[in-house]
Write a protein that binds this ligand. Structure first.
Ligand SMILES: NC(=O)c1ccc[n+]([C@@H]2O[C@H](COP(=O)([O-])OP(=O)(O)OC[C@H]3O[C@@H](n4cnc5c(N)ncnc54)[C@H](O)[C@@H]3O)[C@@H](O)[C@H]2O)c1
Length: 437
């Protein structure tokens, strides 16, 4: 099949590359000309495990192309995917200007039947808006399909190649057949392609993200309560996770959810609820709890240093909003850094992939260390913000030699309490008792 992907970010580039991998011809469009140039010269502009190998292979074999000209891509393609940003507008609702702007241009460009597929996360009713926008400018037949994406950054290629499910919202038999043929190679293990109407497909994506954000937030509240009453959240987590109705996944407490999806999608669904005379009470609570959770370590750190962080050097491990990505959108690390700098501390940070992105925002306000051990030199304390595998089994003796004080605030509970006691650290984590050394 001949496919155009409009918007070559985390979703668009993975989608385009993975469609090329099964033999389709894919042309990816982006307005960011620098990005397009990079991709044309064979450079993957984001960090996503396993993507580089597929990217290189499909370019080499002549199935994956890049352009900054929408018309060039649309003319050559039968299916047009929109993988454009839908950031929060000022009032929290999803900003549809990218999607509707491109839809408007599509109407002017297309010269034959096209299937236009919305892969971006959008509020209920957007398919209808896209349809209206395209119709303004074209006499040609077309279908608009809602096909929300569920990939996770860090696992995006795996998630795309072997999805738990594919959701397709369309009432057109013609579009349904085309989408089924396109996705068949990805569901050979029996995972379903679920067909539904456009509105239900649009809501499925928001409902999934809002549910997951709620699950994390619930566990964060249980963890905070554990600290008040002297319970251990690890035990509670295992205790409830073995109930198959609850499940083991997504029960790890931490410093709040971040990233480009959960915060904006919860906000957008909440706004959509208000607009439709159904204010979601649960989502208001989720947002308020998460706001607090992002900086939950700061009062603990301040208390340890008797409210005086001025001149203290704090090492920080992990900047990305989660491991295996360079994405720092809404990352808890940024909120923590801000709080530390405001309190007069200096920060020395290390992240395997996200340092350049943070440097682009903070320039020289913090120090970027070449290795995780370098970040510890003369540090008064270490904060662990992202649970990169690299941080899981460090040389604790080396850490103690490098640091001024053996003090760790762990926002991801990556170490056992017993191990930290044996190694002589002051160790404060989430929802567990503090090891005082
Ligand atoms: N990132 C994720 O993990 C994820 C997962 C599922 C769904 N989504 C959703 O997918 C959508 C895209 O997210 P993303 O993370 O890939 O965004 P992104 O910001 O990484 O990528 C968007 C790309 O679109 C480009 N762009 C903007 N305007 C354009 C235009 N007019 N023409 C062509 N290109 C244009 C940008 O330059 C950018 O490269 C959002 O709605 C998001 O909520 C994201």
């Amino acid at each position: 099949m001949k496919i155009a992907i409009v918007g070559t970010g985390y979703v668009g580039l993975v989608t385009g590359t993975c469609f090329a991998e099964t033999g389709n011809t894919v042309i990816c469009v982006d307005i960011d000309q620098e990005k397009v140039k990079k991709m044309q010269s064979g450079v993957v502009p984001i960090y996503e495990p396993h993507l580089d190998m597929l990217f290189e292979r499909n370019i080499k074999q002549g199935r994956l192309f890049f352009t900054s000209h929408l018309e060039e891509a649309v003319t050559q393609s039968d299916i047009i995917f929109l993988a454009l940003p839908t950031p929060p507008g000022e009032d929290g609702s999803a900003d549809l200007s990218y999607i509707l702007g491109v839809a408007n241009q599509l109407g002017k460009i297309m010269k034959s039947y096209k299937v236009i597929v919305d892969k971006s996360t959008v509020p209920v009713g957007t398919s209808e808006k896209v349809k209206n926008e395209i119709s303004k400018n074209t006499p040609y037949e077309f279908d608009v399909v809602s096909n929300p994406e569920f990939l996770r950054e860090g696992f995006a290629v795996d998630d795309f190649m072997k999805p738990d499910r594919v959701v397709i919202g369309t009432q057109s038999e013609k579009a349904k057949k085309i989408m089924e043929t396109l996705y068949k190679p990805y569901v050979r293990q029996g995972n379903p392609i679920i067909f539904m109407d456009e509105k239900s497909a649009e809501l499925t994506k928001y409902a999934a993200n809002a549910f997951l954000a709620t699950k994390i937030t619930f566990m964060n509240e249980i963890a905070n309560f554990c600290e008040k009453v002297g319970a251990n959240v690890d035990m509670v987590r295992i205790g409830i996770g073995s109930d198959s109705r609850i499940g083991k996944r997504f029960l790890f407490p931490g410093v709040g959810y971040g990233g480009s999806c959960f915060p904006k999608d919860v906000q957008a669904l909440s706004k959509s609820g208000k607009e439709n005379n159904y204010p979601f009470q649960i989502l208001e609570a989720v947002m308020a709890v998460n706001e607090n959770q992002k900086t939950i370590l700061l009062p603990k750190i301040k208390k340890y240093f008797e409210e005086n962080l001025a001149g203290k050097k704090i090492a920080l491990w992990g900047l990305a909003f989660k491991p295996d990505t360079d994405d720092i959108r809404e990352a808890p690390s940024l909120y923590i850094i801000n709080g530390l700098l405001e309190a007069g501390a200096t920060v020395s940070a290390f992240d395997p992939e996200a340092m350049q992105n943070v440097q682009n925002i903070l320039s020289n306000q913090i120090e970027f260390a070449p290795t995780h051990y370098d970040a510890l030199k003369n540090a008064d304390a270490l904060i662990i913000v992202t649970e990169w595998p690299l941080f899981r089994t460090p040389d604790f003796d080396k850490m103690k030699l490098l640091m001024k004080n053996p003090v760790i605030f762990d926002g991801r509970n990556i170490y056992d309490l017993d191990t930290m006691k044996e190694n002589g650290f002051y160790y404060s984590s989430i929802g567990r008792k503090t090891i005082e050394k």
